[in-house]
Design a protein around this ligand. Structure first.
Ligand code: MCA
Ligand code: AMP
Length: 516
């Protein structure tokens, strides 16, 4: 199958099987593909009514719903650029995105509508969309004749902008084209043998690549059914397994599932595939899952800027601790971190990627974009890795200062800047420490002024107001000084080594109980 755009592939699926269930949603009526298409047409009309034209950005910060997914397709229908935002972002975080992306329309949760209509610049229309098919955008859509013709787009036209934070602390909008999304979806459908016979348990958020451009796009393009869950809950997912075929999740899904004695080979007998990505899956979890179910979790590797890059094989050995082989048409190489020369198999270095999956650059940041590509067009991922003798890619570390907590990226710089402004703080360093549930726990190491009355609670309280919950430190440690190298750079590896095993809740976290 060759996909031109996800919207086109979806429309073909509607034609082929209009009455097929597109999404089951516990507690609400299911939706067929034909109903989905009708929703897309109406939402597209609402976009047009709010002045959205080809190339305009539509920013969306709403709770997960099938309608939000239809809104993404409606953007594609009118050639607009979908800009999903983490529901955890606070008002000050949102201000930045709106200032940078200058959306024509901002779609928010119903409870935020009044506030945002006052707060947004006059150039931005504001409508709401709720999780139970409610909100002003749907009211507007229902009053209009649907848009039935798609605005023509090319492979290079932008389909989405996804913000990722940066080592400078300033988020960057990764510009993803229709071609990026379509070719990657195509490659994944083939690699994972995903078809209209599949029923996917969709428990990921839909404001990031994993839940939106991997899980949802594949289901829409293949004509598969999604069981669309508001969020991940291990017991709910276990309840649904006998009726489903595929689960895609971050490692935390799997580390929580293996703790349940309900995870058995019997329960998963209808499931054909479990996929993990967004953060490293511990080999222990891989093995425990295999022991409980007989299934080897298929681990893959991707990035917002590149969509999916590599995958363990569908047929063949899925190796714990590796992320497998490059996907179809994707080139991956390992380069020397200092001089950029390409390294031989077995050597460890910077992972670089080229292919139709790689984004066009950062929104309105040409210099930043240029600095992250090599002269011959490879994107520098910031991850470190090596290929083993059989060609499996191993990710061995990160060249970028990044913590990944439960699959969410947290850039230390952003948190350090806030902590450093707290009265009584001399300086700080934010690191990730091993955490049994989230993989890494955001941890702040703070140097306080002599006599300053600071403790963990006061530091967290001082920075929390403007910071999404998942970015807030799970623990704050105090030190007399930060270790530095001869260049004066803070040695975070030394801090990680010194404090490894010091995660405060480690002991109590070995069951299902979790602290902050
Ligand atoms: C929730 N909390 C978190 C996280 N999630 N803290 C740190 N890291 C997190 N990821 C906070 C909650 O606000 C709460 O705080 C406390 O931790 C416990 O919440 P809990 O109920 O356990 O959380 P949850 O609602 O069950 O969520 C955990 C989760 C969720 C299911 C792992 O974070 C999740 O769905 N993550 C997926 C992220 C994702 O889709 N990443 C893909 C990015 P309090 O109790 O204090 O209020 S795309 C990507 O990375 C690339 C492209 C790729 O390769 O895929
Ligand atoms: P994001 O910027 O949210 O797209 O996160 C991308 C980053 O997640 C990558 O650069 C990797 O560091 C990490 N990542 C994604 N998948 C994996 C994986 N399977 N194993 C290890 N790290 C991963």
């Amino acid at each position: 199958m060759t996909i031109h755009t996800i919207h086109d592939a979806f429309c073909q699926r509607v034609k082929a099987a209009p009455d097929k269930t597109m999404a089951e949603r516990p507690g609400q009526a299911s939706l067929t593909f034909a109903e989905g298409l009708s929703g897309v047409g109406s939402l597209a009309a609402a976009l047009v009514a709010r002045g959205v034209v080809k190339g305009d950005r539509v920013a969306v910060q709403v709770d997960k719903s099938v309608e939000a997914l239809l809104l993404c397709l409606a953007c594609q229908r009118v050639g607009a650029i979908f800009l999903p935002l983490n529901t955890g972002y606070t008002a000050s975080e949102i201000d930045y995105f709106v200032g940078d992306a200058e959306p024509r329309l901002f779609v928010c949760r119903p409870e935020d509508l009044e506030r945002l209509r006052t707060a947004m610049p006059g150039t931005v229309a504001v409508e709401s969309l709720g999780a139970r098919a409610d909100g002003t955008l749907l009211d507007l859509a229902a009053s209009l004749s649907p848009v039935t013709q798609a605005t023509p787009v090319s492979h290079d036209d932008l389909a989405a902008i996804l913000y990722t934070s940066g080592t400078t602390g300033r988020p960057k909008g990764a510009m993803l084209s229709h071609g990026n999304l379509a070719t990657n979806c195509d490659a994944l459908l083939t690699a994972w043998r995903f078809t209209d016979q599949d029923k996917l348990i969709h428990a990921l958020p839909i404001f990031h690549t994993h839940g939106l451009f991997v899980a949802a796009n594949m289901s829409l393009a293949a004509g598969a059914t999604m069981i669309f869950l508001e969020k991940f809950d291990a017991d709910t997912v276990l309840d649904l397994m006998p009726d489903a075929t595929v689960l895609m999740g971050v490692p935390t899904f799997y580390s929580r599932l293996v703790q349940s004695d309900r995870l058995t080979a019997d329960r998963v007998s209808n499931m054909r595939l479990f996929i993990s990505g967004s953060a490293p899956l511990l080999a222990d979890v891989h093995l425990a899952f295999r022991a409980a179910t007989g299934h080897a979790i298929l681990e893959r590797y991707g990035m917002t800027e590149t969509c999916m890059i590599t995958s363990n094989p569908y047929e063949g050995d899925r190796r714990a601790g590796t992320v497998g082989f490059p996907l179809q048409d994707v080139e991956v190489r390992i380069a020397n971190r200092e001089d950029g020369t390409v390294l031989a198999q077995g050597e460890t270095g910077a992972i670089q990627v080229k292919g139709p999956n790689v984004f066009g650059g950062y929104w309105r940041m040409p210099e930043k974009t240029a600095s992250e590509f090599t002269d011959d067009g490879f994107f520098i991922t910031g991850d470190l890795g090596r290929f083993d003798a059989e060609g499996y890619l191993h990710i061995v570390g990160r060249d970028k200062d990044l913590v990944i907590s439960g699959g969410y990226n947290v850039y230390p710089k952003e948190i350090e800047q806030l902590i450093d402004e707290v009265p009584g703080v001399v300086e700080s360093a934010v690191i990730g420490l091993p955490h049994p549930d989230f993989g890494e726990a955001v941890t702040a190491v703070v140097v306080a002024q002599a006599g300053a009355e600071l403790d963990e609670a006061s530091v967290i309280a001082a920075i929390s107001a403007g910071l999404a919950r998942y970015k807030q430190p799970k623990q704050v440690l105090f030190a007399d000084a930060l270790p530095r190298n001869v260049m004066g750079k803070v040695q975070k590896n030394v801090l990680r080594d010194t404090h490894a095993g010091l995660y405060k809740g480690e002991g109590e976290l070995s069951g299902r109980s979790r602290s902050r």
